[in-house]
Design a protein around this ligand. Sequence first.
Ligand SMILES: Cc1cc2nc3c(=O)[nH]c(=O)nc-3n(C[C@H](O)[C@H](O)[C@H](O)COP(=O)(O)OP(=O)(O)OC[C@H]3O[C@@H](n4cnc5c(N)ncnc54)[C@H](O)[C@@H]3O)c2cc1C
Length: 383
Amino acid sequence: MNFELSEEQKLLRNMARKFAEQEMLPSLREYESRREVNHGLLKKMAHLGLRGIHIPKEYGGAGLSYSDAVLIWEQLSWASWTQTLISLGDSVLAGTLLLNAANEEQKQRYLPPMCRAETFVAVGAVEPNAGSDASAIETTAVLDGEEWIINGSKNFITGGGIADTVIVLVQTDKSLGPKGISLIAVDRKTPGFSSADVAFVGGLACNASNLTFEDCRVPKENLIGNVGKGLRSILTGVNTARLFISAGAVGMAQSCMDASIKYTKERRQFGKPIAGFQLMQEAIARIQAEILSVRCLVFYAADLMSRGQPHGKELSSAKWLASELALRASTEAIRIHGAYGCTDEYPVAHHYRDAVLTTILGGTTEMHKLTIGRELLEINAMI
Ligand SMILES: Cc1cc2nc3c(=O)[nH]c(=O)nc-3n(C[C@H](O)[C@H](O)[C@H](O)COP(=O)(O)OP(=O)(O)OC[C@H]3O[C@@H](n4cnc5c(N)ncnc54)[C@H](O)[C@@H]3O)c2cc1C
């Protein structure tokens, strides 16, 4: 057991932190208020290899392990989770599922330009009547000669409004239930495709969209992986997204505590810094202790994934505890900052807006509790 980062890992972590402070924080307000993705920032991330962190070098990525990636993801989200969210949609979610399910030609077509931040790929699974229960999707793909005809809709898709390509989870044979679900890539220029942006409470410097597919015809070759294996393939991407969300949530929580420690030393009430009041110290000590323990759990889940070991309950535990911690830490940080914390003058309100999202995407807290329960008790209480 070794809790010490290697010299290389320290360099990676420090590089990511420097980038977060120098490039991400200064542009945050502007892009949040415009509700826009900062494409210039993504290009700079690509230049440093911060886009496809876990994607192998032969596909344009940095080729790092999950253990290295969590160090970087934590530092980037320390500055602003919303500006990392677009990478969750494409290089993390789409990138991982393409790596695991796509053929060589598809990998070469999508992954290198994605890592260079030249093109974006979104993943559309969730629908109006299918959220946590992905097997309930109603979007259909019917093979007609050399083309698939796709009809249906997808909700809350990260980057759906700017993506060049959307990998869509579709029913290719309803009679087979979950085994009749597949993945098909749809170019956004395809006639019949449209998107409408969604205004979430947080994630303001990202893009989320609802997508509609009306008789969208795409080539037969756009199938990603095998017919009927869509749910299994998408899970590989969702798993990596869960790790990314967990690391990011720890970064947000740490950022909230760093700001709170600074503020309590500066802010004076009743003739002394509020840092001297025991209740202020209790709040900071309690959250910081939680961060220390959850960070270890996230590193442990990343280590298991890096070594190809089973990691179901560890990853679900990390996702559940880290996202709920980000929510608690940001609420506590706002309280500590008083009314000033409710403004964008201090770096806590944006984490508060984003933290609640981390408890929903990549599987809700309830679904992760049930996943752990299923593994331990061998009873599926989800259905
Ligand atoms: C910021 C953000 C980005 C997203 N990006 C994407 C994306 O890129 N692609 C994509 O496809 N989707 C995306 N989503 C959608 C996300 O995957 C879904 O919101 C999530 O899976 C939950 O589905 P739902 O919102 O329909 O909630 P529901 O599934 O309707 O759940 C509502 C409530 O019921 C609870 N619940 C549901 N089933 C059970 C059960 N069996 N037992 C106990 N409780 C239960 C849930 O935990 C939750 O509290 C994104 C969402 C957010 C917030």
